[in-house]
Design a protein around this ligand. Structure first.
Ligand SMILES: N[C@@H](CCC(=O)N[C@@H](CS)C(=O)NCC(=O)O)C(=O)O
Length: 205
């Protein structure tokens, strides 16, 4: 059974949400670990094998390790037959891969730069800013319900998770707001909350 290292209310929460949506949470061993939080609380957990003490982190049945949310989410989707992804050779695969990479290659750096109030031409020339990110989401969505046409994928979950975490940075466009509502409604938020409450309790004993 693959092992997922998870810390409640963190970037690994979206992996838990994905597993819940796929109905596969019981097929993954979830190890709850602590992490150093943005406010300095928490600690680097010796039980977490991630080379930098971060979450999420996945150890496969073959003992391979996978870091980075996008890679872990795509691996799990593939493992369970692509229920929330787009299979290779299928229509939309290019957009799917693009959004998964755009999340970690552009959205996260742009969002972190905005949080840190960093305004530097090198950051802009490499990653652009949240203004351009918003415009890309608007044009990528077009009239579609989800980022890759009519199907909810993990691209929606990972991209949407950024704005669940930082709603103030969510694009103002009505189409994007409606998309975020759809993505949130599609997930089992109550189930995730219950899971996180238990995970937090496990961490504090
Ligand atoms: N790009 C990575 C970021 C992982 C990450 O920074 N996770 C945070 C939790 S939200 C963490 O583990 N922080 C602990 C630390 O920085 O030591 C991903 O998406 O997986």
């Amino acid at each position: 059974m693959p092992t997922l290292y998870h810390s409640p209310h963190s970037r690994s929460s979206r992996v838990i949400s994905q597993l819940m949506l796929m109905g596969k949470l019981d097929q993954i061993k979830v190890v709850i670990v602590d992490v150093v939080r943005g406010d300095g609380s928490g600690r680097s957990d010796p039980n977490n094998p991630h080379p930098e003490g971060k979450v999420p982190f996945l150890v496969t049945d073959d003992g391979e390790t996978i870091r980075e949310s996008a890679a872990i989410m795509m691996y799990l989707d593939e493992l369970f037959g692509y229920p929330l992804g787009i299979k290779p050779q299928s229509a939309g695969r290019g957009a799917f891969l693009s959004w998964m990479s755009y999340y970690c290659g552009v959205l996260e750096p742009a969002m972190v730069a905005q949080f840190a109030k960093l305004d530097h031409p090198v950051l802009k020339s490499n990653f652009r800013t949240m203004t351009e990110v918003s415009a890309q989401i608007v044009s990528g969505l077009g009239d579609n319900a989800y980022l890759v046409g009519g199907k909810l994928t993990i691209a929606d979950i990972i991209m949407g998770s950024a704005f669940q975490w930082a709603p103030d940075l969510a694009p103002e466009a009505p189409a994007v707001k409606a998309w975020l509502k759809r993505v949130e409604a599609a997930q089992d938020c109550a189930g995730l909350q219950a899971f996180e409450t238990q995970a937090l309790a496990a961490l504090t004993v």
